[in-house]
Design a protein around this ligand. Structure first.
Ligand SMILES: Cc1cc2nc3c(=O)[nH]c(=O)nc-3n(C[C@H](O)[C@H](O)[C@H](O)COP(=O)(O)OP(=O)(O)OC[C@H]3O[C@@H](n4cnc5c(N)ncnc54)[C@H](O)[C@@H]3O)c2cc1C
Length: 419
């Protein structure tokens, strides 16, 4: 398969782009594999890639019920950061950040990683204290963080309403300068291509509709393209976790599914060159390379598997955009869409062996799984290959809900819809 390089771009430019080949194969399913991964989203594909790259597993299949990029990997607002507070989280997300920093090179695929920074705005003295504490904790873990004050914000984010008349006057913010955005669907395609090159079979339009069992042990999957046996079956289906695990007879998990909507405006001249989050409400906003404002708000407050949102949230999010950036009132909204979030009770993810023998589970990413994609794949591959947690994801095992050692990053108790 051809490498992507400046030379290839040049050569194809003058030969009618006839030299490009499909980025990944479309193989028929084999009767058995060493590992079958259910779910060809970012996490499933990254897991397949690191299984091959880090652990030498190449007899691997990824079963995706639709097409690559049809799930949350292609629906998110593309924010990448590692500005966490707790010990269970920060080293994991910082590992992800380090993988992001070399990802285009590693995959030989441009994932358009842009380290434009993220600024979490604060509107009360208590929020300023919390931001300073978080920033200090990050720096103790070796992660970049700095406080920004309104005079600097006025220069960095010129459209931001910094007046005292604002509904939530801005007192300052916490910045992680190395944070930013990446091109979400390119991440899926980059991992898919890189996994395919190492022999992984990516089986699109291959929905898992049941599990093969030998007693308690999971020994394969039933799919719309036939039965496939496997020594190990890894479930990585994000918002569909409850439904897929039910096929294996697991009907109780500490997870709820909710819709999260995202929005993009018409293209504008550059007006925000960083990512801004609104601590007084629940809004995050950045500007895409095409010029559209990309933003999202809170999840819908009820459980749903519908990949579409509702109007009250649209109104709520728009009012927050206008409160922060009054000039945006004149901007037209181009489109909105929804994705299904698998919200855990403590707002932190699950990367674990089990819950059945032969099975491995990766889920519960709530709002924040895109940024985690590289580290999630890295650690889940380790868990599958070695039958034990990776040290960086050791806090994310399922048994934390039995032990009471939850990772409650927000310190708000079990309110999954708040995380
Ligand atoms: C609107 C929105 C904004 C977001 N913004 C951000 C953000 O800015 N930053 C951030 O870090 N995170 C963000 N997230 C969260 C992030 O996108 C998700 O946590 C993450 O993408 C989930 O992992 P994934 O990519 O593997 O999921 P998915 O891409 O959803 O992959 C799961 C796959 O499993 C497949 N599947 C389901 N059932 C089956 C089956 N039975 N058989 C086979 N395949 C099956 C699905 O088709 C899907 O492709 C956002 C999410 C949404 C919806």
């Amino acid at each position: 398969m051809a490498e992507y390089s400046a030379w290839q771009v040049l050569k194809n430019a003058v030969t009618g782009n006839a030299g490009w080949r499909p980025a990944w194969r479309k193989p028929e399913p084999k009767p058995s594999y060493d590992v079958v991964i259910v779910g060809g989203g970012g996490h499933g594909l990254a897991t397949a890639y690191y299984l091959a790259a880090n652990h030498g597993f190449t007899n691997v299949a990824v079963c995706e019920k639709g097409w690559l990029g049809s799930g949350n990997i292609g629906r998110n607002t593309t924010i990448v950061r590692s500005n966490y507070l707790l010990e269970g989280n920060t080293p994991f997300y910082e590992h992800s950040m380090k993988l992001w920093e070399n990802l285009s090179h590693e995959l030989n695929y441009n994932v358009m990683f842009s380290q434009r920074g993220i600024i979490n705005l604060c509107h009360t003295p208590a929020q300023m204290d919390e931001a300073a504490r978080r920033g200090n904790a990050m720096r103790l873990f070796g992660v970049d963080a700095r406080m920004v004050m309104p005079d600097e914000l006025a220069k960095r984010v010129p459209g931001l309403d910094l007046s005292q008349n604002a509904r939530f006057p801005v007192l300052g913010g916490l910045e992680q300068p190395r944070a930013g955005t990446a091109r979400h669907d390119a991440v899926a395609w980059g991992y898919a291509r890189a996994a395919d090159r190492r022999g992984v079979d990516i089986l699109e339009n291959c929905e898992v509709i049941g599990f093969l069992r030998d007693g308690d042990r999971v020994t394969g999957v039933k799919t719309t393209r036939g039965e496939i046996r496997a020594r190990k079956v890894a479930v990585c289906v994000a918002g569909s976790t409850g439904r897929v695990m039910k096929l294996a007879g697991i009907d109780r998990l500490p997870i709820e599914s909710h819709v999260l909507q995202a929005f993009v405006s018409e293209s504008l001249k550059p007006m925000i060159d960083t990512v801004v989050t609104f601590g007084g409400g629940h809004l995050y906003i950045s500007q895409s390379d095409k010029g559209g404002l990309v933003f999202g708000g809170d999840i819908d407050g009820y459980n749903s598997y519908a990949q579409r949102g509702n109007l009250p949230i649209v109104e709520d999010v728009m009012s927050e955009v206008v409160a922060l950036f009054p000039a945006a009132a004149k901007v037209r909204l181009l489109r909105s869409w929804g994705g299904i979030m698998d919200m855990t009770m403590d707002g932190s993810p699950i990367i674990t062996t089990g819950p059945l023998p032969g099975m491995y589970l990766n889920c519960g990413w709530c709002y924040g799984g895109f940024k985690a994609t590289p580290a999630s794949g890295w650690c889940f591959a380790h868990t599958i290959a070695r039958n034990e947690p990776h040290p960086l994801s050791a806090a994310f095992t399922l048994d934390r809900f039995h032990r009471g050692h939850v990772i409650d990053e927000k310190g708000q108790g079990s309110f999954p819809w708040r995380h």
